[in-house]
Design a protein. Sequence first.
Length: 159
Amino acid sequence: MKRIGVTGHRSIPPEAHAHVLESMRAAFCGHDGSLEALSSLAVGADQLFADIALAHGAELTVVIPSGDYEEGFADQAELTRYRALKARAAREVRLDFPHATDEAYYAAGAYIADHCDRLLAVWDGRPARGLGGTGDIVTYARALGRPVTVIWQDGVERG
């Protein structure tokens, strides 16, 4: 089974959205055999990735950083979308952090990088804004020698 993981920004500028979707879809095309997709299902890149992975028949593995992870969703709509995707997962990995801290987010990203064959990074190339951000996970995955595919629209700045 081929395993594809994701790390990425929660906010994707509208002018980059179509490019991100097209690039993610392309990453799932042309695979023979079964696929596993690893995601923490955060708003933004993680949820887009999960939708596309499921649409391509991949088995979804959800990596939950902390016991109170659901409290970090901004509103009921975000939480409902998270729960709907989580309900479609084949597997759930719960990390032992009681609270959603930067360390918990880093550990979840590292878990995904450790357990995938390829990492998709929806990343503007800038340093992480906090420990466990996309830039940190890309650096970690590259240090492992993991293939990383960066997805971003040239010339687009993230707010």
